[in-house]
Design a protein around this ligand. Structure first.
Ligand code: GDP
Length: 317
């Protein structure tokens, strides 16, 4: 078990992102006093020399690797070089420097898109590398697979306590609401809100509406990450999800209801559907004693409230 105490030196890589900021909030709320952060302008995680210098000086004991180049289906599909380059660079630099400079433990955040496109459902951890990936986010998935294999390899060769968790689709306060690069949930919240305030009769939904996705609130993921940092010490990359999924059509109906948009939905079949389903089997994590708590409707309500607090669509530009 990891020796975390309130004075432990904990580095949250990517503390301004959706996941990193939630982990930072959870650590602060749990009473941790020595949380180390660096903004991108202070430390470029793609720069190996700078990352090595940072670890040599700060010597964090525990590392949450939540920094990543992320985006929705369109961003992944159109910028594969950036996704593979940035994620591989960040992972190589942070995982290796953490080990080189004596960190006790590192938690790497992956993604459920690492699994084969046609994996049996729900997806168990052992289905990794048993089939072809979904092409729209293959570059990102390959980088994340390399990251979890790096953790596994450093554990096997050097005895470094590096663990990996593979969350399903994440959403919540701090999300990206840019319609070109965001994931589906923030995009739908913004589209429904803008359609409502402009009095439009319709809102566009990408694809057929038939793909199924599972949605985990980022505060649940942060809670699971702290739980795993404290209670999980194994090589297998653990699935983190809520245990159930919905169709995009069902999702948009809930968003429409929460936002109060009464118009029509127009499905745009020129946009890709992506993988048909990625429903995670969370049996392993449940058996360890962790379960998600935030229901989808409640989570959408609080995310919409956060979006409105930021000034809605205008602030999201
Ligand atoms: P994925 O889970 O990697 O496929 O990423 P996304 O969250 O971007 O997309 C999930 C699904 O939602 C895909 O089938 C998209 O086509 C669909 N979708 C529907 N409307 C939108 C939208 O406005 N933005 C995005 N990003 N996806 C949308």
């Amino acid at each position: 078990m990891a020796n975390l105490d309130p004075r432990s030196r904990i580095f949250v890589a990517g503390h301004r992102g959706l996941v990193g900021s939630a982990i930072y909030r959870a650590l602060t709320a749990a009473g941790f006093e020595n949380i180390i952060t660096r903004s991108r302008s202070e430390l470029d995680l793609c720069d190996g020399t700078a990352v090595d210098r940072f670890f040599a000086a700060e010597k964090p004991q525990f590392v949450f690797l939540a920094a990543a180049k992320v985006g929705g289906i369109h961003a992944n599909n159109t910028q594969p070089a950036t996704f593979i380059h940035d994620n591989l660079s960040i992972q190589i630099n942070v995982i290796d420097s953490a080990w080189q400079h004596g960190a006790e433990k590192l938690l790497f955040l992956g993604s459920s898109c690492i699994y084969p496109k046609m994996a049996p459902q729900p997806i168990r951890e052992e289905y990794l590398l048993t089939g072809e990936l979904e092409p729209t986010n293959e570059a990102y998935a390959i980088a994340k697979i390399a990251g979890l294999k790096m953790c596994e390899s450093y554990r096997r060769q050097y005895g470094f306590n590096a663990i990996s968790v593979m969350p399903t689709n994440i959403y919540g306060p701090g999300d990206n609401f840019d319609l070109e690069t965001s994931h589906v949930l923030p995009a739908l919240i913004r589209k429904a809100h803008e359609a409502k305030v402009t009095g439009s009769n319709e809102m566009a939904v990408w694809g057929s509406g038939n793909p199924r996705r599972e949605f985990l609130h980022v505060d649940d993921l942060a809670d699971a990450s702290l739980f795993c940092m404290q209670h999980y010490d194994d090589a297998i990359a653990l699935n983190v999800g809520v245990g159930e999924d919905v169709t995009i059509r069902e999702l948009v109906e809930t968003v429409r209801d929460v936002v109060g948009f009464k118009g029509e939905l127009v499905f745009d079949s020129s946009k890709p559907d992506g993988t048909p389903r990625k429903w995670l089997d969370v049996g392993r994590l449940t058996a360890l004693g962790w379960q998600a708590r935030i229901g989808l409707r409640d989570g959408i309500e609080s995310t919409y409230a956060w979006y409105l607090e930021q000034g809605g669509a205008l602030a999201a530009e």
